[in-house]
Design a binder for this molecule. Structure first.
Ligand SMILES: Nc1ncnc2c1ncn2[C@@H]1O[C@H](COP(=O)(O)OP(=O)(O)OP(=O)(O)O)[C@@H](O)[C@H]1O
Ligand SMILES: [Mg+2]
Length: 315
């Protein structure tokens, strides 16, 4: 069984890479074979958090056809169960991969020799990030417990839904243009075009597609990791955010972990100590251990819940 977990955020700098590195480490310590892959094209820096140098060939080699397999590019880390796939920061415009290149990359990622593959995605809503986040229902959304970050999370979800609409309605440009209203608004827009309105509109033209989309949305459970939580009161707005997501986007949000602010993180990064193993305090490690166990129980429990979209095959 193979579990791919795309790790994304609507806003940059919220801790995706810190969490990817340390969650990978926690899962490796539970006995899983794990690969962490740096898919933050243009901003690749996951190696720093693992205490590795950026002097190995990485994803760019594969994308420039100098390596025919991603498996040849993985390198060891401090933990024997944890391996690393270096990203690409040197080549300009690498984030604008075309559909064929994205598909080829995705297919190869599924071939990597690991049980769990964590994808550290770039922040925001570029096509690669949306594509990879939509590939499975197994992603994690990282956010700080602050309004800009949470609002960006909701915007990110709206864009992922629109990305799905593009896929389902690729043959009905007319209808897509009408649905554009859903995209060209913010979560605070009044009057709001909700996903329910959109589904109604689709249903009038393509009832089967509307039904599939509805099922897709119902199956979509967005797992949120709060990072840099300082006190419980920081999360006082959470019920409101869940209601917004439900009412406007027909999405259900679930909080999967709350990671504390850890002063040793920036101290370790200043002296280039790998964050995994010695660079992180017990408190942060403990919340990531709990997240790792939750992932283990949920995805590797008695019944597998992994739903992998085959969109990359039929786009
Ligand atoms: N739990 C934490 N405790 C303390 N500092 C943290 C924590 N998480 C992240 N940081 C700080 O925030 C910075 C940004 O984190 P990180 O690079 O993981 O964010 P990111 O979401 O990957 O950013 P980008 O969008 O640029 O890729 C880190 O360099 C670190 O200084
Ligand atoms: Mg990052």
């Amino acid at each position: 069984m193979k579990l791919i977990i795309p790790i994304a955020s609507g806003k940059g700098g919220v801790g995706k890479s810190v969490i990817t590195a340390n969650l990978g480490f926690s899962l490796a310590k539970l006995g899983h074979q794990v690969i962490v892959a740096d898919l933050d094209f243009g901003g690749a820096n996951l190696h720093n958090y693992l205490g590795l140098k950026n002097n190995n060939p990485g994803l760019g080699e594969f994308l420039r056809d100098r390596s025919d397999s991603l498996t040849n590019l993985i390198v060891p880390t401090l933990h024997p169960n944890l391996q690393f796939l270096l990203g690409e920061g040197a080549t300009p415009f690498m984030a604008n991969l075309n559909v064929m290149a994205r598909r080829r990359l995705l297919v190869e990622l599924y071939q990597l020799p690991a049980e769990i593959i964590l994808l550290d995605l770039s922040a925001g809503c570029n096509a690669l990030t949306l594509d990879f986040f939509n590939t499975s229902q197994t992603g994690l959304q990282i956010t700080r417990p602050e309004s800009p970050s949470v609002m960006n999370l909701l915007e990110f979800l709206r864009q992922t839904i629109y990305h799905r609409l593009l896929h389902y309605l690729s043959k009905d440009r007319n209808l897509l243009n009408q649905i554009g209203n859903f995209l060209f608004q913010t979560i605070n827009s009044v009057p709001v075009v909700t996903m329910r309105d959109v589904l109604q509109l689709i249903s009038a033209h393509h009832p089967k597609i509307a039904k599939r989309l509805q099922e897709d949305l119902e199956a979509r459970q967005v797992r949120v990791v709060f990072n840099q939580v300082e006190q419980q009161e920081d999360l006082g707005f959470w019920l409101q955010v869940q209601a917004l997501a439900r009412d406007q986007l027909s999405c259900s949000l679930e909080s999967w972990a709350q990671c504390p602010t850890d002063p040793s993180v920036s101290a370790a990064l200043k002296v280039q100590t790998p964050l995994v193993q010695q660079g992180v305090s017990e408190q942060l490690l403990c919340s990531l251990r709990q997240l790792a166990k939750r992932i283990q129980n949920y995805w590797f429990g008695s019944t597998s819940k992994i739903g992998i979209s085959t969109d990359h095959q039929d786009h």
